[in-house]
Unconditional design. Structure first.
Lengths: 306, 157
């Protein structure tokens, strides 16, 4: 993602080249092997993609055995199944009388999917927000972005997925949008300062197929909601040397938010929070799993501000 | 391939990449000892797995960062940068930069060090971290924004 700050970060990172690497690293590898089973074992394809998330006890004697990704995956799968079951039941209308009764009765769920409350102050503002996310949401202490778990970006929002089907929500103060996201050309003159200014701007860009703005209220704060679809761009034709991207909007002076993929759908809730134009962006794609969409809807419905 | 062949393959990867890997992990963890632990553990595990691992280098990088992530999460409140055996403790501008990196989220920090020290592209980082190139770009963008703000404020002070 080259930008004008790319060389600055690169220069700073180069300072690490002055640090001497321990000369005994290979000896430490062999010492560590000595603590493991020396006999090579046959692992399945799945196992070879896994790795201990935490080091074994010979590194940290206070910890229990290794916690494997598979455990997290199984837990996530259980939660997803629970969400799907509840979502199906919620969306299932009452059966017509002329339909045969099902032969198998599924007992109603006794508990709602486990959720947790996420809270942070929106980046570069003093606006605290909270919302609920599935209980398996990873905090910023987690490195790996698993497609089976929600990931929380402190100050920004949360998302799930690692590909075109990604869903998520973002809180930001949008300073301008891109008239041509592929060529990184901001709208000129920039969008005006009001909620209505921003809500109307996408309608002037026909390639976005924006909906007409409608009134919306989020936790008592009034504003406008508008939805649009990211154009069907060809990323290889977009700006960016080794990592071309399609830019959507700017946050402050920063390049801003990128599209995950063409045809990504974004619903903008643009509200006035005590004089700050806060935008809550909910994004998903046609291929997003229904359970993820349901979790996103639940998160949106749970938003509290202040 | 025999066990000896596999060991030779791992040793070759170690010789060609352990310097970059260790320095990447130093920036990621801000702790030379944790970086050494993660490198040693990752290579030990790939030796143990034998021929089951096709791409040794990718596997080791991915594993080392996951192991380091676990170590960082479990680390006590003390995050002092200390020298590993035979290593020089970071000082000056590097120590200052480690502090700035420490304010990033682990995902953002991993993307930064994998790009600028590991010399991987966004799609390659996505492969290593188990996510998409688009997400990597978002993390890099946010890391840039945070670092830009922190560096600007530091220069004004």
């Amino acid at each position: 993602m080259p930008d004008d700050f790319d060389s600055v970060v690169a220069d700073r990172c180069r300072a690490v080249n002055d640090v001497s690497v321990p000369a005994n690293l290979w000896s430490r590898v062999q010492l560590t092997v000595g603590h493991l089973d020396r006999t090579p074992v046959q692992f399945s394809e799945e196992e070879t993609t896994m790795v201990d998330l935490k080091p074994p006890s010979h590194i940290d004697g206070h910890r229990k055995g290794p916690l494997r990704v598979m455990v997290a995956a199984l837990l996530a799968a259980a939660v997803v199944i629970a969400i799907v079951l509840v979502a199906i039941r919620r969306s299932d209308p009452a059966s017509p009388a002329d339909q045969p009764s099902p032969t198998v009765t599924v007992p109603p769920p006794t508990t709602a999917p486990a959720t947790k409350t996420i809270g942070f102050v929106v980046h570069n503002t003093s606006i605290p927000v909270t919302f609920t996310a599935p209980d398996d949401a990873r905090t910023t202490n987690s490195l790996v972005l698993s497609p089976t778990n929600w990931t929380v970006d402190d100050g920004w929002g949360a998302h799930k997925g690692a590909d075109i089907g990604m869903v998520g929500l973002q809180f930001a103060v949008i300073s301008n949008i891109y008239a041509d996201g592929c060529q990184w050309e901001p709208l000129a003159p920039p969008v005006g300062p009001t909620v209505d200014d921003l809500a109307a701007v996408w309608a002037n860009l026909p390639q976005y197929s924006a909906t007409a703005p409608v009134d919306v209220t989020v936790d008592g704060y009034a504003g406008k909601q508008v939805g649009f679809t990211v154009p069907d761009y060809n990323v290889d034709e977009c700006k960016g040397t080794d990592s071309p991207v399609f830019l959507l909007w700017k946050v402050g002076a920063d390049p801003g938010f990128y599209a995950v993929a063409p045809n990504q759908h974004i619903e903008q809730r643009i509200i006035d929070v005590n004089g700050t134009r806060l935008v809550i962006s909910a994004y998903y794609s046609p291929s997003s799993p229904p359970q993820d969409r349901a979790a996103l809807d639940a998160a949106l419905a749970s938003i509290q501000i202040g | 391939m025999s066990a000896v062949g596999h060991r030779d393959r791992v040793e070759a990867v170690f010789r060609s990449s352990h310097t970059r890997l260790w320095r990447s992990l130093l920036l990621y963890t801000a702790d030379a000892e944790l970086a050494s632990d993660a490198v040693a553990e990752a290579f030990a595990q790939v030796l143990r797995r034998g021929d089951a691992v096709d791409d040794v280098e990718a596997w080791v990088w991915r594993s080392a960062f996951r192991i380091a992530g676990g170590l960082v999460a479990a680390r006590s409140t003390s995050a002092a940068v200390g020298p590993a055996d035979g290593s020089t403790p970071p000082t000056g501008s590097l120590a200052e930069f480690l502090g700035l990196l420490g304010d990033l989220s682990p995902q953002q920090r991993a993307c930064v060090v994998l790009r600028y020290v590991g010399e991987y592209t966004s799609p390659e980082i996505g492969e290593l971290l188990g996510t998409s190139a688009g997400t990597v770009r978002v993390h890099l963008n946010r890391a840039h924004a945070a670092l830009r703000q922190a560096i600007t404020e530091a220069e004004r002070a």
